[in-house]
Design a protein around this ligand. Structure first.
Ligand code: ATP
Ligand code: MG
Length: 268
C-alpha cells in the first residue's frame, strides 16, 4: 500500500490508496506512535513518502525505508491534483495560503511555486488565543462556541468611527480588531464573543497579507488551505467575505488540508 504522510507541527495528515481511491486519516503530532500503530495494524507491505516538519522524527520511528519530499513541493503537487479534480482552473496563476500551525503564502503559476512570505498568525494562534480568552482547548468546541459569538461587542468597524458620516473606505471593514475597549470595559464580553473575535483577527490578518501578495503578483485569485479551515465555517466565512470585500476572489479546496499528504503519495 502506498501511503503519503504530511507530519506538521500540530496534525499528521495521511493519504493512502485503497482500491485506487485516495483515503484520508488525521492524527495528532504529539502522538506519532499512533501513526505507527495504525500503519502496522492495517497494512502488511507499505511504501511511505513523508513530508512536513516532523517527517524526520517520524521516519526514525518507522521501521523500514521511507522516502521524503520537500514540503512546499508536496503541497503544490497536492493542490494541483485537488484543483484539477474539483474543476478549479486558474489561468493567470494564483496565491496559495496554507493556514497550518503558522501560515505560509505562495505564488503558484505554470506548475511552479514560489514561497513569498509567512506569518506566525495561524491555527496555533487560534488555539493559543482561544485558550487565553476562554480557557477552552478543544478545537471543535472552540469553533462551535465562536459560532454563537458576536464580534460587534469587541471589534471596531470603520463605520463605528465615522458614526454615520460617509467613510472613504467601506464602513464594513474592521478598523481595529479588539478595538472596542470602552464598550468591553462597560460590559465584559462573553466567552463566545471573545472567541468569534479571535477567529476574526486571524482570518482578517491572513487575508490582508494575501491581498498584498496578490497585488504584487498581479493576480486576483487566492486559494486557502490548511486544517485551520477544516470544519471551521466561521473562519472560512470570514476569509471568504473579507477577501471579496478587498476586491479579490477567494477559493477553498475540499480536503485541502491533505494537499501535502496527497503530494507525498503521488510522488511514490
Ligand atoms: P505546520 O504546517 O505549520 O507545521 P500543521 O501542518 O500541523 O502545521 P495544519 O494541520 O494544516 O497544520 O493545521 C493545524 C491547525 O488546524 C491547528 O492549529 C488548529 O487550529 C486546526 N485544527 C483543526 N482540527 C484540529 C484538531 N482536531 N485538533 C487540533 N487542531 C485542529
Ligand atoms: Mg502543514
Amino acid at each position: 500500500t502506498k501511503i503519503g504522510i504530511d507530519a506538521g507541527g500540530t496534525l499528521v495528515k495521511v493519504a493512502y490508496l485503497d482500491n485506487n481511491n485516495i483515503e484520508f486519516r488525521t492524527f495528532r503530532s504529539q502522538q506519532l506512535d499512533e501513526v505507527i500503530k495504525w500503519i502496522t495494524t492495517n497494512f502488511e507491505r507499505v511504501e511511505v513518502c513523508l513530508t512536513g516538519g516532523k517527517s524526520e522524527i517520524l521516519a526514525q520511528k518507522l521501521q523500514g525505508p521511507t522516502q521524503t519530499i520537500v514540503e512546499f513541493e508536496a503541497t503544490s503537487k497536492g493542490v494541483d491534483y485537488l484543483a484539477n479534480e474539483q474543476n478549479l482552473h486558474f489561468s493567470n496563476g494564483f496565491i496559495l495560503a496554507n493556514v497550518g500551525t503558522g501560515t505560509s503564502i505562495h505564488h503558484m503559476k505554470d506548475g511552479k511555486q514560489e514561497r513569498v512570505i509567512g506569518s506566525g498568525v495561524g491555527g496555533g494562534t487560534l488555539l493559543g488565543l482561544s485558550y487565553l480568552v476562554s480557557g477552552e482547548t478543544e478545537y471543535e468546541k472552540i469553533i462551535n462556541l465562536s459560532l454563537q459569538g458576536n464580534r460587534g461587542n469587541i471589534d471596531l468597524k470603520v463605520e463605528d468611527i465615522f458614526e454615520g458620516a460617509v467613510p472613504p473606505i467601506s464602513g464594513d471593514l474592521t478598523a481595529s480588531n479588539f478595538g472596542k475597549l470602552s464598550k468591553m470595559m462597560a460590559e465584559k464580553p462573553s466567552k463566545t464573543d471573545a472567541l468569534a473575535s479571535v477567529i476574526g483577527l486571524i482570518g482578517e490578518t491572513v487575508v490582508t497579507i494575501c491581498i498584498q501578495v496578490a497585488d504584487t503578483y498581479q493576480t486576483s485569485d487566492i486559494l486557502y488551505i490548511g486544517s485551520t479551515l477544516r470544519s471551521n465555517s466561521i473562519l472560512a466565512g470570514i476569509m471568504n467575505n473579507y477577501t471579496k470585500l478587498r476586491g479579490k476572489q477567494p477559493f477553498f479546496l475540499e480536503n485541502g488540508e491533505f494537499s501535502g499528504a496527497i503530494g507525498a503519495l503521488l510522488s511514490i
